[in-house]
Design a protein around this ligand. Structure first.
Ligand SMILES: CC(C)(COP(=O)(O)OP(=O)(O)OC[C@H]1O[C@@H](n2cnc3c(N)ncnc32)[C@H](O)[C@@H]1OP(=O)(O)O)[C@@H](O)C(=O)NCCC(=O)NCCS
Length: 375
């Protein structure tokens, strides 16, 4: 039995091989199936990136058209899941709603107990398409507004923004959302992806795997960090307060959300794109306050702690400039990352072995039993 150093959170421990995602933490490179995310952002769409993640290669034109059509026709939620959303407490945490509703989606899946790869690919399309509808529907239902039916003429990202607001998004906003979805799609064995793989490795079903992923992503050290970032920016409030605010937070040894990363020792390549989008959308909205505040926070944290922004830092001001409610930022992460979870679930199922590590026992041994009335 090999023993990892205690309490290192499996840092740098390689538990599996995978052909899906490559991260070079020293050089700030991120590849999906060998393709650099910079190329995917420049030339691809989210749908094409999802096909790549699931099938291991770029689609031909007819394959992509077919895939897009499948994703578009599967957007509607099962009516009973929609009814369930209507009954949830309006103040419920949006990630709790997503977790519960994804679980419920599994109850209405027409492939029932078929656990073949073909059935799982059909499920994958349904889950990918419906999660966006689910997040947008909840965003409206909790405000007493009726959900907006999906628009089949729009791609996944633009349609998601359309279902949130009921208005067709600007080209810039649609492109920014598509880019954000590409950038969040996969990131090797992060906590939520590992959770999803562990779950399906018991031969449990794909919905259970995705529900595990959602639960793990919710935490503030993982997908919940983007909400922490916008809370911080709103608390800072004005550009000229940023420097003093962040210096004081660092002096109090506070953990600054959106900075630091387990794997990157340099700039997270996803932050490079999100920084640009944050500026462009701030400009389009006529309010650069959040972008400029972020720039100051970034400079001070780099100077004082040597930490770089991660994917969550600029996604916060990007989404805020689009008028999206802060508590939806982590659910939007799900809309994208569900594609990566599915790719990993399919890979796990294709060559499965139960994932069952050991713990080094450090508790007492052979303690004598003490009867109840003598304790
Ligand atoms: C992502 C994260 C969990 C990685 O953590 P990790 O590799 O386990 O690193 P640790 O938590 O052990 O931190 C190592 C040191 O850096 C500091 N540090 C790491 N991230 C920090 C942050 N965001 N703000 C302030 N200090 C930070 C820690 O305080 C610690 O300092 P110490 O050794 O003086 O105690 C961590 O950087 C973090 O909490 N970031 C904020 C949350 C976030 O943005 N998450 C999204 C990740 S994509």
């Amino acid at each position: 039995m090999t023993t990892a150093a205690p309490n290192t959170g499996l840092e740098d421990v390689v538990v599996s091989t995978s052909e899906i995602c490559f991260i070079d933490g020293d050089r700030g490179r991120l590849l999906y199936r060998g393709y650099d995310i910079h190329d995917l952002v420049a030339h691809s769409t989210f749908e094409e990136a999802v096909y790549l993640l699931w099938h291991g290669r770029l689609p031909t034109r007819p394959e992509l058209e077919r895939f897009r059509k499948d994703l578009t026709t599967q957007r509607r939620l099962p009516p009973k899941v929609l009814a369930l959303l209507e009954g949830f407490p309006r103040k419920a945490d949006a990630m709790d709603v997503v977790r519960t509703a994804v679980s419920a989606m599994g109850l209405y899946d027409p492939d029932a107990a078929d656990n073949s790869r073909e059935a799982n690919l059909r499920r994958a399309v349904r889950i990918q398409a419906q999660v966006a509808t689910l997040v947008a529907a909840w965003a409206r239902i909790r405000k007493g507004k009726p959900p907006v039916a999906p628009n089949a003429r729009l791609g996944l990202a633009a349609n998601f923004l359309y279902m949130l607001s009921g208005k067709k998004p600007s080209d810039l906003a649609a492109k920014a959302m598509d880019t954000a979805l590409i950038l969040h799609a996969d990131h090797e064995l992060n906590a939520s992806t590992f959770a999803a793989r562990v779950t399906v490795a018991t031969l449990s079903d794909i919905y259970s795997g995705i529900v595990s992923g959602v639960g793990a992503l919710k935490g503030p050290l993982h997908g919940g960090a983007n909400v922490g970032v916008i809370r911080m920016l709103l608390e800072i409030g004005e550009v000229d307060r940023a420097e003093a605010w962040i210096k004081s937070a660092l002096a109090q040894k506070k953990r600054i959300m959106g900075f630091g990363h387990r794997v990157y020792n340099t700039e997270d390549p996803r932050a490079t794109h999100l920084r640009k989008m944050s500026e462009a959308l701030g400009r389009e909205a006529g309010d650069l306050r959040w972008y400029e505040t972020s720039r100051i926070v970034e400079r001070v944290v780099k100077e004082q702690k040597g930490l770089n922004p991660n994917v969550d830092f600029y996604s916060a001001s990007t989404y805020y400039s689009m008028g999206i409610d802060p508590d939806l930022y982590t659910p939007i992460f799900v809309v994208s990352r569900v594609s990566g979870w599915i790719a990993h679930v399919l890979e796990q199922q294709a060559n499965n072995r139960l994932i069952r590590p050991r713990a080094e026992y450090t508790g007492p041994q052979q303690v004598s039993w003490v009867p109840l009335d003598q304790r």
